[in-house]
Every structure is written in structure tokens, then in C-alpha cells.
Design a protein around this ligand. Structure first.
Ligand SMILES: Nc1ncnc2c1ncn2[C@@H]1O[C@H](COP(=O)(O)OP(=O)(O)OP(=O)(O)O)[C@@H](O)[C@H]1O
Ligand SMILES: [Mg+2]
Length: 239
């Protein structure tokens, strides 16, 4: 991992009212890395992402991005270059694909590059090219997920957070989503934090991974090591 991580999470604790979700989460994401968070249902993966994107205020610990402490409103966090692709797609159903994508480019930094970003998104997802004027609500689930990822990219993030991007997609589209994540990272230079039920495929494209258990980080390692690890195989790979 590079000397100065892009994102540093240190001893984060967080709760929803009286319900404690995170006890002690620590990890780092180097610039240019793909990092995957593994953990059983309820382990705290989504909550960790919500803390980073400013939607869940931590009760302890620190988040640093590009060396600076992140204590900002969610909109300012997007301006800083962090984008979380929301679960359940959350597109504007009665607007076209093009309008939905353009809405992603609302930050000042992104507006200047809007045309270029749109061309990039269409090159990543060629099937959106023919559907730019179609209403988003009439797209298939897989196409909607592509637009959701594309909309996030339109803001020109430095860090892209994806929470189960392949959820509910047919195997062929699952492969396409993983291919695109790899491409966004390798060609687009975007750092990626990924949570996926398809643990094997996530570890195959990730550089490193961290394991969460009941709100704590309990393990970390290079993705290739985790793929070989007997405990990981048993817990997450069904072997
Ligand atoms: N809005 C909420 N209100 C109360 N408790 C919540 C809320 N969201 C999550 N929790 C609790 O916080 C804990 C962590 O949940 P979280 O959604 O972060 O887990 P996860 O690792 O993303 O799980 P999954 O794999 O099922 O998506 C769980 O015990 C969950 O019940
Ligand atoms: Mg979750």
C-alpha cells in the first residue's frame, strides 16, 4: 500500500439511536487501490460506508481523506471527491437516462467535464448509448444499476464506494459490473471501496480486503491471500 493512504478509517464507532452498529472499525485505502470489505449480514459494511459518506455520524474515531479529517455534510463530501452508489438504484424514473447522468455532474469540478464524463460512461456501458433518451423508470434492473454507477462517475470521484452493485443481477450482468469496476479503477484511476455478496469475484478484482465481524475489523490481507485462506473459504466462499 502507498505511504499516504487516500482514505484512513481509525477506530470508528457508530450507532443508530440505541442500536450500536460499529464498535471499532479501522482500515486504509491507498490511492488507486480496490479494497473490498467482507463480513456476514449485519457486520457493519453498509454502516461503515455511511459513515464515510457522512450519512451516519460516528460517535468515536476518525475518518481522514487525502490527509484531512472528514467532518463534513454529505454534499461537501461529494465535493471532496467521495461518491457512494446508493442501494436500490434510486434513479429519477420520469427523467431520461441522459438527464439522470447529467444530474450526477452537479459539483463545480464535474460540470466542467460533463461532456467528457458522459462519453466515458457510455464507453464503459455501451448499452446505455442507445438508451440516453429513454425514461430511466423503463430500464431493466441491470440497466438501472449501470445508470446509477454512471451517475456516480459523472461527479468525477477520487473514491467510489459500491455497496452490493451486482445485487439481483443475472450472472452475465454480474460479470459486466465486475469488468466495469476493474476498468474504472485501471483506466479511470478511481480508487474503489467495494462490498459484494459475490465474495470470490470481489477478491479477484480487489488488491486487498478487510473482514468485519459485529462492527469490528478482525482481519486484513492481500486479496490473493484471503482467497486461499481456509477460514475465509469456509465463511464466505462456501467451501
Ligand atoms: N437504520 C438502522 N436502524 C437501526 N439499526 C440499524 C440500521 N441500519 C443498520 N442497523 C444495524 O446495524 C448493524 C450493521 O448493519 P449494516 O447494514 O451496516 O450491516 P451490513 O454488513 O451492511 O449487512 P448486510 O450484509 O446485511 O448488508 C446491524 O446490526 C443492523 O441491524
Ligand atoms: Mg449492507
Amino acid at each position: 500500500m502507498p505511504a499516504a493512504p487516500l482514505l484512513e478509517i481509525e477506530n470508528i464507532a457508530a450507532a443508530y439511536g440505541q442500536v450500536r452498529a460499529l464498535w471499532d472499525v479501522s482500515f486504509a485505502v491507498g490511492e488507486g487501490e480496490i479494497i473490498t470489505l467482507l463480513g456476514a449480514n449485519g457486520a457493519g459494511k453498509t454502516s461503515t460506508m455511511r459513515v464515510i459518506s457522512g450519512l451516519l455520524r460516528p460517535i468515536g474515531g476518525e475518518v481522514r481523506f487525502a490527509g484531512e479529517s472528514l467532518r463534513l455534510r454529505p454534499s461537501r463530501i461529494v465535493d471532496a471527491g467521495i461518491v457512494q452508489i446508493p442501494e436500490g438504484r434510486a434513479l429519477w424514473p420520469r427523467m431520461t437516462v441522459r438527464e439522470n447522468l447529467q444530474l450526477g455532474a452537479y459539483t463545480r469540478r464535474a460540470r466542467a467535464h460533463q461532456a467528457e464524463s458522459l462519453a466515458w460512461v457510455v464507453s464503459l456501458f455501451p448499452r446505455l448509448a442507445e438508451r440516453l433518451t429513454q425514461l430511466a423508470g423503463t430500464l431493466s434492473g441491470g440497466e438501472q444499476q449501470m445508470v446509477a454507477i454512471g451517475r456516480g462517475l459523472m461527479s468525477r470521484p477520487r473514491l467510489l464506494m459500491l455497496d452490493e452493485p451486482s445485487l439481483g443481477l443475472a450472472p452475465k450482468l454480474v460479470r459486466e459490473v465486475f469488468r466495469v469496476i476493474r476498468q474504472i479503477n485501471a483506466d479511470g484511476g478511481v480508487t474503489v471501496l467495494l462490498v459484494e455478496q459475490n465474495v470470490r469475484q470481489a477478491l479477484e478484482i480487489a488488491h486487498r480486503g478487510y473482514v468485519l465481524e459485529t462492527g469490528r475489523t478482525i482481519r486484513s490481507g492481500p486479496a490473493t491471500d484471503l482467497l486461499q485462506d481456509p477460514e475465509i473459504k469456509r465463511a464466505f466462499l462456501g467451501m
